[in-house]
Ligand binder design. Structure first.
Ligand code: FAD
Length: 396
């Protein structure tokens, strides 16, 4: 089976930044992408909040990210990562082009916009129902269109649509938008934007193509019709977490839980970008996550290598396994260090909390804090220790 140090799934801003950082820290990096590199920015024409670049189209910025990753010799492969599996202590990425064993994995698979779910929507996707203003806006030159939603994307994309449409109705179920103030001001000061407050879309009608939206005022219950040939849905996002669903911990909706080092609940698997549980889903936060995840992966890979060479390969080694989140155990680790110094021997101190898989592999998880003698990687002797006296007794 193909073996790689770092496999990154998804070549959006998070994945490509992770690749740049991974390659610059000397890792062998394989970047998998099932579609076009660039991710979601491929469908936006306006990027004005990437520092140092006052204006770019999404595809142009995506191209710059790709060229940057390639400059550091990242291998970018077109492949769909179907599943990440743990087989023993191995991490395997199962793709439509074969399996890859990875020392560490970064999941940077992003997110996509959610459907509204009303009657008549599913069968008219691409026939007037759209999730991308940049892709489809130009089809509605001088026509009236509707946008559904009230967050930043709905408001910004609504304004963008005024480049083509003669009028843009923004249908929102509340009586004010949830977008940032600048975006709201831009929308409300645009004479082509018409907010439709306290309203939901009940049904989309039309003979094949969209012709009419049946609307309901949630305050009065009043039903009305809005005759438009196009409706753009911006009602939230769903994470593209399929390949690790059920494997790593996630919050409601599937957004992957990560700590400040972008580590998931599974050792050696990191996540970055929009697929994570986070407040701000933007290019800059995705890139930041990617950088942190790559540095974390690099540290993890080096640590695994260090563990292998210090614990598993020597003829004989005595080590101390403890948990760094237990103060008493941390104090004992200092005592072990002093005892080793006094005896003139080397005793590796292994944080069993951070190195859970190695600790589990040696069957020590339930025994921390524990002194261990290993011979050629096999546990020869163990003793759970609670005091300096226990440590001295073990060392003889
Ligand atoms: C219309 C629109 C306008 C936006 N405007 C802005 C803006 O102006 N400024 C800003 O900062 N942000 C903007 N954003 C948000 C920004 O695009 C995202 O926050 C950012 O792209 C997230 O990056 P990511 O790498 O986490 O995920 P994504 O960009 O979603 O990239 C994920 C990549 O992973 C790939 N992938 C998914 N699953 C797999 C798999 N199983 N195997 C292989 N590959 C896989 C996908 O094909 C995709 O290329 C906009 C988004 C949209 C949709």
């Amino acid at each position: 089976m193909e073996k790689r140090e770092l496999v990154i799934i998804g070549a959006g801003p998070a994945g490509m930044t992770a690749a740049i950082y991974g390659r610059r820290s000397g890792l062998d990096v394989l970047l998998l992408e099932k579609g076009a590199t660039g991710g979601q920015i491929n469908v936006t024409e306006e990027i004005e909040n990437w520092p140092g670049v006052q204006h770019s189209t999404g595809p142009d910025l995506g191209k710059m990210f790709r060229e940057h990753a390639l400059k550091f010799d990242t291998e970018i492969r077109t492949a769909d990562a179907k599943k990440v599996e743990l087989r023993g202590d191995k991490k395997i990425v199962v793709t439509d082009k074969g399996e890859i064993e990875a020392e560490a994995i970064i999941v940077a698979t992003g997110a996509h916009f959610r459907r509204l779910g009303c009657e008549g929507e599913a069968e008219r996707i691409g026939q007037g129902v759209s999730f991308c203003a940049v892709c489809d806006g130009a089809f509605f030159e001088d026509e009236e269109v509707a946008v559904v939603g009230g967050g930043n994307t709905a408001v910004e994309e609504g304004v963008y649509l005024t480049k083509f449409a003669s009028k843009v109705y923004i249908i929102h179920r509340r009586d004010e938008f949830r977008a940032d103030r600048a975006a709201i001001e831009r929308a409300l000061s645009n004479p082509k934007v018409v907010p439709v407050w306290n309203t939901v879309v009940e049904r989309i009608e039309g003979d094949g193509m969209v012709e009419n939206l049946v609307l309901k005022n949630v305050k009065t219950g009043e039903i009305s019709n809005l005759k438009v040939p196009g409706v753009f849905m911006f009602v939230g996002q769903t994470p593209d977490d399929d390949c690790v669903r059920g494997l790593v911990d996630a919050v409601k909706g599937g957004w992957i839980k990560v700590n400040e080092n972008m580590e998931t609940s599974v050792e050696g698997i990191f996540a970055a970008g929009d697929v994570c549980d986070k407040h701000l889903r933007q290019v800059i936060t995705a890139a930041s996550d990617g950088a942190i995840a790559a540095m974390g992966a690099s540290a993890y890979i080096n640590e695994q290598l260090h563990l292998r060479t210090t614990l598993l390969e020597p003829e004989s080694v005595t080590a101390f396994f403890y948990s760094s989140i237990d103060e008493k155990q941390v104090r004992l680790s200092t005592a072990v260090e002093s005892a080793a110094k006094a005896k003139g021997v080397k005793i590796p101190l292994i944080d069993g909390y951070r190195n859970a898989r190695m600790t589990e592999k040696l069957n020590l998880s339930a025994r921390l804090p524990v002194m261990v003698e290993l011979r050629k990687g096999e546990v020869a002797r163990t003793e759970t220790v609670t005091s300096e006296a226990d440590i001295s007794k073990f060392l003889g």
